[in-house]
Design a protein around this ligand. Structure first.
Ligand SMILES: Nc1ncnc2c1ncn2[C@@H]1O[C@H](COP(=O)(O)OP(=O)(O)OP(=O)(O)O)[C@@H](O)[C@H]1O
Ligand SMILES: [Mg+2]
Length: 399
């Protein structure tokens, strides 16, 4: 794959031992990643964790300090950006204002002298359901429609690998949700490999086959959305992907099936197979929707953790569900999400309650809240703004 081809199918992407140092700042410490051909892969993480840097490395807009990048098995680390079988859709989709929609989409093909540029451009526009607006100019389109044109303009090149850097960030929530589903459908239709970067956990979980959660330049955990949600391995993943109730304590008993943790005098049992650490100080957790609220002390049971009594600190009713914040004394507070299957809340503010959850729903983490990170946080956004500008310029040049 020396010069970019018009790909019929996606290629896989491999990042091997990638490190990226900027003067005075390490954006990526050590990154190893394999994305299978034809998959929809999401890189999820907070602002400044290195998502855009990763995409820029793959696109060839940035050189790694160390490590190799392979696309479809070919080492492209030393290949120029425009020779890689990659296209990028940036957050700020820069369409050429003086060209019509169809001219915008056909531009790259024409420049690369690929036959039937207009026919292929119409096909890409049909895919994003905008062919009827082919003769309009970008400023005559809504934000969402412009975004879809930007997508068509990237897809029309049939890059073996499509990089999407928060492409839906400028859209309002409803349009964003709609575009998420559309993007997913398009990916399934064209069969190319999509690498999507976002800080929106719901977006990542809705769209991707595989989600990699990135924190401070490293991947903390990777897997299918449901797998990551049900069995987070670190404090960061447990809190970044949805909400979690976490308890820190000492392991007081371990068997092949269950681990007992003493957290502030309360015994909590988790399945050994669902715990990363089996001795010493550990953090164990459970998702708020897995916790049941009781207004009377429930009978003890071998397969449930029962904690209480505690006091309801806060009740927040949100229609389909009610969120309760329960003070459990030395154990801390617990958040409970309860479906409103009856009428209104089941426990009043200030009332005495117990909570329980199935042992099999708990998990044990590899770290505990408050452990020091690998390197200090850097939230400077100046360099990010500069990159946005750079990326726009290079996208315009790239056509
Ligand atoms: N050219 C540069 N020089 C120095 N530091 C940089 C440079 N580019 C990026 N960084 C730093 O590297 C880190 C990762 O930046 P990056 O743009 O990849 O983050 P991101 O995950 O895309 O964040 P966001 O969600 O805000 O877009 C940040 O701390 C950023 O300040
Ligand atoms: Mg970014």
């Amino acid at each position: 794959m020396s010069v970019r081809e018009f790909a019929e199918r996606g290629a896989d992407l491999q990042l091997v031992g990638i490190q990226k140092r900027f003067p005075g700042f390490t954006a990526i410490e050590e990154l190893d990643l394999t994305i299978p051909a034809g998959s929809f892969f999401a890189l999820l993480g907070p602002s400044g964790c290195g998502k855009t840097t990763t995409l820029r490395l793959v696109a060839g807009l940035e050189e790694p300090t160390r490590g190799r990048i392979l696309i479809g098995g070919t080492d492209v680390t030393d290949t120029k950006s425009h020779e890689r079988p990659v296209n990028t859709v940036f957050q700020s989709y820069a369409l050429f204002p003086h060209m019509t929609v169809i001219e915008n989409v056909a531009f790259g093909l024409k420049r690369r002298r690929i036959g039937d540029a207009l026919g292929k451009a119409h096909e890409a526009l049909r895919l994003v359901e905008l062919d009827h607006l082919a003769q309009r100019r970008p400023q005559q389109l809504s934000g969402g429609q412009q975004q879809r044109v930007a997508l068509a303009r990237a897809i029309v090149n049939r890059p073996a690998l499509l990089l999407l850097d928060e492409p839906l960030g400028a859209l309002d929530l409803k349009l964003r949700r709609q575009m998420q589903l559309e993007l997913k459908t398009i990916q399934e239709e064209v069969g190319l490999t999509f690498l999507h970067v976002t800080h929106d956990q719901e977006e990542a979980m809705t769209m991707a086959d595989t989600v990699a959660v990135m924190n401070k330049g490293a991947i903390e955990q990777m897997g299918a959305p449901a797998e990551l949600y049900e069995l987070p391995r670190t404090v960061f993943v447990a809190n970044f992907l949805g909400q979690s109730n976490l308890f820190t304590g000492e392991v007081v008993d371990t068997t092949s099936t269950a681990l007992t943790v003493d957290a502030g005098g309360t015994r909590i049992v988790v399945p050994t197979a669902r715990a990363q650490r089996h001795r010493g100080t550990v953090a164990v957790g459970v998702r708020p929707e897995k916790v049941t609220l009781h207004t009377h002390e429930p009978a003890g049971s071998a397969d449930r953790n029962v904690v209480g009594p505690g006091r309801v600190l806060d009740v927040s009713f949100s229609g389909v569900s009610t969120q309760y914040l329960v003070d459990l004394g030395a154990l801390g507070t617990v958040l409970v999400f309860a479906q409103n299957v009856g009428f209104g809340p089941v426990a009043a503010l200030g009332s005495e309650v117990w909570v329980s959850w199935e042992i099999m729903h708990g998990f044990g983490l590899d770290d505990v809240p408050g452990e020091a990170g690998r390197f200090p946080a850097d939230d400077s956004t100046t360099s990010i703004a500069a990159q946005r500008r750079d990326s726009l310029v290079s996208e315009l040049e790239e056509g």
